[in-house]
Design a binder for this molecule. Structure first.
Ligand SMILES: Cc1cc2nc3c(=O)[nH]c(=O)nc-3n(C[C@H](O)[C@H](O)[C@H](O)COP(=O)(O)OP(=O)(O)OC[C@H]3O[C@@H](n4cnc5c(N)ncnc54)[C@H](O)[C@@H]3O)c2cc1C
Length: 425
């Protein structure tokens, strides 16, 4: 068995939050910690609901869930009420008025899941060995050699490492959060409609499915097929369009899509941001507590996987004396990656869509140009903008050298090339 020099300084761990990010973190600790007698507290406030949406993913989740659960892929997919997502089908985006698919690479081989977030959390809980504490956390603070969690109505506890997965911050502060004003949306209306793919009797659904991303006058609509229902979400900007306008256009879309009935689920406002301090050696913010950049391209779960994996591997595999020096390096790496995701997502709006509406003019002409100031290396202390610019420059070259084929800026060069072709920019 590999020697993990950090394990001895990682005896008592807390995960705060039981949404997708908290569930992944708790299962990750259970899976990766080499000593069975470590102590894991999974803390959540049952009065604060999980966000529950988050039904698209990236291919790394397929392998990851198999490792965390020790179940075969087919069983995992069925437990998730899932379908196989081979990419995102864009409709009406960009300046070419041409529909296109953003495939995962290798195309038609690599797939992710469309999944039910509730069922995924349930599956992960079964793979977690933890003491469950149902209580409100009022503060998480650094103390010598660890972090202290303060609760409402129970004594505080000290931990060697705390994963803070409490979801979106209540408000953004420029000194703590990098805001992403170049992402032009901030609200979602969620509806559930009947399933398009019935659960197979003998196994998981093998058909290739795609998340549809349909440009609409007030933003865009996602369509995610699960075996229990089809999830629809209208993503828009509440400062540009009224909820009434959005609901009316949503109705019109469902009618043309042939959907006769739907269940209205929620209206969810969301921030677009990256925490400046995601990891300080003892506290790791993960999931929506760490960063978010609207649901286009489903970057949240894959980002949480990266945050949790990076922190756990560093803490377990590096000797404790490196901790203080490692923490800022890990933090910068994560901030850089999250910001690259943000730039990739914001860029989708840079060529507008087939709709010449107030929203799309705002997205293209007002919001997107702000990315240069928002991601200025001086302001964000990382090189995300340079890496993003390099990807765009690479695509302009007459020949892309083979040595560059594997380049990434949060997502692979193949993703940038497909989007560039599809959008016409
Ligand atoms: C419209 C929309 C669509 C999305 N679609 C996708 C998608 O397709 N793919 C994707 O990857 N992501 C998507 N996301 C992101 C999705 O929200 C996240 O992937 C995922 O749900 C992570 O949430 P979380 O676990 O960080 O937080 P939450 O689900 O908000 O969970 C927070 C947890 O913390 C607990 N908590 C909060 N405060 C306290 C406290 N003070 N004390 C104790 N416990 C506390 C709560 O009880 C809860 O358990 C979408 C988001 C939105 C808004």
């Amino acid at each position: 068995m590999a020697i993990q020099p950090g394990a001895k300084s990682l005896r008592k761990i807390a995960v705060v939050g039981r949404g997708t990010a908290g569930a992944l973190a708790a299962a990750g600790v259970t899976r990766l910690h080499p000593d069975a007698d470590h102590e894991l507290h999974h803390i959540y406030d049952s009065r604060i609901p999980v966000i529950g949406v988050g039904e698209g993913s990236w291919p790394s989740l397929v392998q990851h869930l198999q490792e965390l659960t020790n179940l075969p892929h087919a069983a995992v997919q069925q437990r998730l009420k899932g379908t196989r997502k081979y990419g995102v089908a864009f409709d009406g985006w960009g300046r070419r008025d041409r529909d296109f698919i953003h495939y995962f690479a290798p195309q038609q081989v690599s797939y992710a899941y469309h999944l039910s977030a509730d069922f995924m959390a349930e599956l992960l809980h079964e793979s977690t060995r933890a003491r469950h504490i149902d209580a409100k956390v009022v503060d998480i603070a650094r103390v010598e050699g660890g972090a202290r969690v303060e609760f409402e109505g129970r004594p505080p506890e000290r931990y060697d490492l705390v994963f803070d997965a409490r979801g979106f911050p209540a408000e953004l502060h420029p000194e703590r959060h990098i805001e992403l004003p170049f992402v032009p949306t901030n609200t979602a209306v969620i509806r559930r409609c009947p399933a398009l793919f019935a659960e197979g009797r003998d196994g998981p659904i093998l058909q290739h499915t795609y998340t549809r991303a349909v440009a609409r006058p007030h933003g865009w609509i996602f369509v995610i097929p699960l075996t229990v229902h089809t999830s629809y979400g209208y993503i828009f900007n509440r400062d540009v369009s009224s909820i009434g306008e959005v609901e009316a256009d949503f109705d019109a879309f469902l009618e043309t899509d042939g959907v006769a009935e739907f269940e209205q689920r929620a209206v969810i406002p969301f921030p677009n941001f990256v925490q400046r301090r995601m990891y300080d050696g003892a506290i790791a913010r993960v999931g929506n507590a760490a960063a978010f950049m609207e649901p286009l391209e489903a970057t949240a779960i894959v980002a949480a996987q990266l945050q949790i994996g990076m922190v756990l591997h560093m803490r377990l595999n590096r000797a404790p004396e490196h901790l203080e020096r490692d923490a800022p390096v890990v933090n910068r790496f994560l901030v850089n990656n999250m910001l690259c995701y943000g730039l990739f997502v914001g860029w989708h709006y840079s060529c507008g869509s087939k709709h010449d509406s107030e929203f799309w003019r705002y997205a293209r002409d007002d919001a997107w140009p702000r990315h240069r100031t928002a991601a200025d290396p001086e302001a964000v202390d990382c090189a995300a903008l340079r890496r993003f610019d390099e990807m765009l420059a690479l695509m302009k070259q007459p020949v892309i050298d083979k040595a560059d084929w594997d380049r990434m800026c949060a997502v692979p060069l193949t993703s940038y090339c497909q989007l560039s072709q599809g959008l016409g920019c």
